[in-house]
Design a protein around this ligand. Structure first.
Ligand SMILES: NC(=O)c1ccc[n+]([C@@H]2O[C@H](COP(=O)([O-])OP(=O)(O)OC[C@H]3O[C@@H](n4cnc5c(N)ncnc54)[C@H](OP(=O)(O)O)[C@@H]3O)[C@@H](O)[C@H]2O)c1
Length: 236
């Protein structure tokens, strides 16, 4: 809902208007979804969610820190000052006094950032109550494993056609850490979204963060992971 440039989806799309976003969020809530994922690097996604999301207590809000996207270019800042300023700005934009999850928005050299004091900076904000859970959105399996040693949650790409992060899912499961799956439908390139969701539901993850601006897809996806909903609605 915040950005449609430099994205990897199969087709271009128009950013939905406010009423469409309100309708999507209401549908998601009605379908039982309670987690939203955003980031400072997702255009104006945080500000739009801050303005349009109601019932704060219902939602688990996950955002990120360390990457910005301006002028159609990404830049990165994982310094203590940069991360603190990023989280403070996210709190303002999302119009909330706490964030449920903040993950480091890591670039390709994810291990180098994790070797710095970046996670320690997030931990200080957790200790102050600004953030409830901290972690990292990683690219390499080695960075995923490292992040699990010093945080609460990792966000990793994982789907039927790419299970290279399996070792991270296993380690998280064994150490009782959270796993958020990104790109679970291969960013729209999945051959069978519903089959893929079924596959993900049988893995040891906490949540799948599925991207969609299409209410039909949203409903299909929830029905795929919870077939009883289809029966319930057909009986009403
Ligand atoms: N931390 C990071 O670095 C990072 C990187 C990438 C993503 N993420 C997070 O992970 C989320 C998901 O990743 P993603 O958006 O890249 O990919 P995704 O969830 O794997 O796929 C989204 C794509 O699948 C399509 N889609 C969804 N349901 C469908 C259905 N039932 N049938 C057909 N097509 C369907 C969507 O199009 P429609 O809109 O038409 O449904 C969209 O093009 C992102 O939104 C973001 O929050 C994080």
């Amino acid at each position: 809902m915040g950005r449609n440039t430099a994205v990897k989806y199969p087709a271009s799309f128009a950013i939905p208007g406010d009423q469409e976003v309100v309708n999507l969020l209401a549908l998601a809530r009605d379908l039982g979804i309670n987690l939203v994922d955003t980031a400072p690097a997702y255009g104006n996604s945080e500000s739009r969610l801050g303005a349009l999301l109601t019932e704060r207590h219902h939602w688990v809000i996950c955002t990120k820190a360390g990457e910005r996207y301006e002028g159609q270019r990404s830049s990165f800042d994982f310094s203590p000052q940069g991360l603190t300023s990023s989280v403070e700005t996210s709190l303002l934009r999302l119009r909330t006094d706490y964030l449920d999850v903040v993950v480091l928005h890591l670039p390709d050299d994810d291990s180098a950032v994790l070797a710095s004091d970046a996670m320690a900076s997030l931990r200080k904000m957790k200790d102050k109550g600004m953030v409830r859970a901290i972690g990292a959105s990683t690219k390499s399996a080695s960075a995923g494993l490292r992040a699990l040693e010093e945080s609460d949650v990792v966000m990793v790409a994982y789907h039927q056609e790419d299970t290279s992060q399996q070792v991270v899912l296993d380690a998280a499961h064994n150490t009782d850490r959270g796993v958020l799956i990104k790109k679970g439908l291969a960013s729209g390139h999945s051959r069978s979204p519903t089959e893929n969701l079924d596959f993900l539901m049988n893995s040891t993850m906490s949540s799948v963060v599925v991207g969609t601006i299409n209410p039909v897809h949203l409903t299909e996806n929830v029905t795929a992971v919870n077939p009883t909903r289809e029966n319930e609605s057909s009986q009403q």
